[in-house]
Design a protein around this ligand. Structure first.
Ligand code: ARG
Length: 488
């Protein structure tokens, strides 16, 4: 038990602590450019091809945590001597400190994070280091590390989605009465309140947050104990290891455990959908901030000037959020393709899982944070929004609905109002300039009541669950705030 305490002191109880990514070391390619003799050697090139330490060093925290707990378990079970466990755990803690201080010398000849750590352990504690890899293989080790890393990434993505939801709700609260045209086919369709439009995105990111939480559950299965693929011939305690590493379950089949990367595909799929939603939002911010629309103004922080056109305020951040969607989809396709047709069990192809995972996690988290920043800072030009609704035919449906109220079948009412709007367009008039006589020339069933239809009455009339009536939207915001408070 003492050992467990030790591990907790070294690592803290929460293995999912936020960490800064470590700066990438000089790649082998650059090194070899400086050393033409090495670059010319075939074997050197072959080893360059297999090296992954320049990116899988991002697993250092999970790798060392997994090794400490594994070593403690080996000691508890009497598989290795207690003194060796002590030396191993102590050495691993120091290695983690070295890595975090930037003092660790990464060596690409040692290929990956696992070999780099183990080799350093040898330098530090000598032969005892050789006992760490008892009852373990890099195959179950890397699967465990990646599962832990993915769980942390899910919780960070979840938090980022929630912070964007919070920004959306806060802005929505201020615009429950702000009228804006709602669009279909990018044509002004019906009036809505801006809060309703914003809350549509709240819903999308709510599903994304829930998806990341479900992916964390998928990743929450511990492979250690699977060994290379068949299990290990030692009296190990998998449940204890899982508990220490905060996994809720252990894998049920060793062959599956070392070769399954479904959880990464799920992460990439969740990230892809979040990026799809983000790119829709980004696109709206780009359109809305154009001079043609002028609905919003993004803060300076999220726009940049042009090197030749001094008047420009380019929405670069929104464009990059939209643009980065492609690389996340790319990582999803890449991994799906990599795992297709792989025979059981571990194959080196699986090493290709990590760069896409890391890149997608970085991209989706920073994009969610960027979107939250843009939403919280932007200025809404409610006047421009209203003007766009007024100078349009967005009340057409309401006029048709008025006739329906007088007993006209909707299809007929639709034809009457469609004629009316055609006549307006020909005469260069807006609906607001129509007299009761104009209405009656389209249908005799129109009476004074039609003159009372306004943008406000139109939104208020959509008083159904999920509709844009301000009271409904207010209630949706209250529910949303309640949900966010529960996430806290
Ligand atoms: N770097 C490897 C990976 O990411 C670790 C596992 C290597 N296993 C092996 N049998 N070569 O997949």
């Amino acid at each position: 038990m003492l050992h467990v305490e030790w591990a907790r002191i070294i690592f803290g109880a929460d293995l999912g602590t936020d960490r800064e990514p470590i700066p990438m070391p000089e790649s082998n390619e650059t090194k070899n450019n400086k050393n033409p003799a090495a670059a010319a050697r075939g074997s050197e090139l072959a080893s360059d091809f297999t090296v992954s330490v320049h990116y899988d060093q991002r697993l250092y925290y999970e790798d060392i945590a997994g090794s400490i707990i594994h070593a403690l378990m080996l000691g508890r079970q009497g598989i290795i001597p207690a003194e060796d466990t002590d030396k191993i755990v102590d050495g691993l803690g120091k290695i983690r400190d070295e890595i975090e201080a930037g003092d660790f010398e990464w060596n690409s000849e040692l290929e990956d994070i696992h070999m780099n750590v183990e080799s350093r352990l040898y330098e530090m504690i000598g032969d005892a280091a050789g006992r760490l890899h008892t009852a373990r293989s890099r195959n179950d080790q890397v699967a465990t590390d990646t599962r832990m890393w993915t769980q942390t990434a899910c919780s960070r993505a979840f938090e980022a989605a929630v912070s964007l939801q919070t920004a959306l709700v806060e802005l929505a609260e201020k615009h429950v009465e702000t009228i804006v045209p709602g669009y279909t086919h990018m044509q002004r369709g019906q009036p809505v309140v801006l809060a309703h439009h914003l809350m549509a995105y709240f819903e999308m990111f709510d599903r994304d947050a829930a998806r990341f939480a479900r992916v964390a559950d998928s990743a929450d299965v511990m492979p250690l104990g699977s060994g290379a693929m068949a299990g290990v011939p030692y009296p190990i305690d998998r449940e204890w290891v899982a508990e220490q590493l905060e996994f809720s379950e252990i894998s049920r089949n060793s062959m599956d455990a070392v070769s399954d990367r479904d959880f990464i595909v799920e992460f990439l799929a969740a990230a892809s959908l979040a990026m799809a939603h983000l790119s829709r939002l980004a696109e709206e911010l780009i359109i809305w901030s154009s001079e043609e629309f002028g609905f919003i103004r993004l803060t300076d922080e999220f726009t940049s000037g042009s090197s030749i056109m001094p008047q420009k305020r380019n929405p670069d951040f929104a464009e990059l959020v939209r643009g980065k969607t492609g690389r996340v989809y790319g990582s999803l396709m890449a991994l799906l393709t990599t795992i297709k047709g792989l025979p059981l069990t571990y194959n080196r192809d699986l090493q290709e899982d990590k760069e896409g995972l890391f890149d997608a996690a970085d991209t989706v988290i920073t994009s969610l944070e960027t979107a939250a920043g843009m939403i919280s800072g932007m200025t809404v030009n409610a006047g421009r929004m209203r003007q766009a609704a007024e100078n349009s035919f967005v009340l057409a449906t309401d006029f048709a609905d008025y006739l329906v109220g007088k007993g006209v079948p909707f299809r007929e009412a639709h034809i009457a109002v469609s004629d009316l709007s055609k006549r307006c367009i020909d005469a260069g008039k807006g609906f607001d300039e129509l007299t009761l006589e104009d209405f009656r020339s389209a249908s005799e069933l129109f009476d004074e009541g039609v003159m009372e239809i306004t943008l406000e009455s139109a939104v208020a009339a959509r008083d159904v669950p999920g509709g844009t009536a301000p009271d409904r939207v207010r209630a949706a915001i209250t529910d949303a705030k309640q949900m966010l408070a529960e996430y806290e």
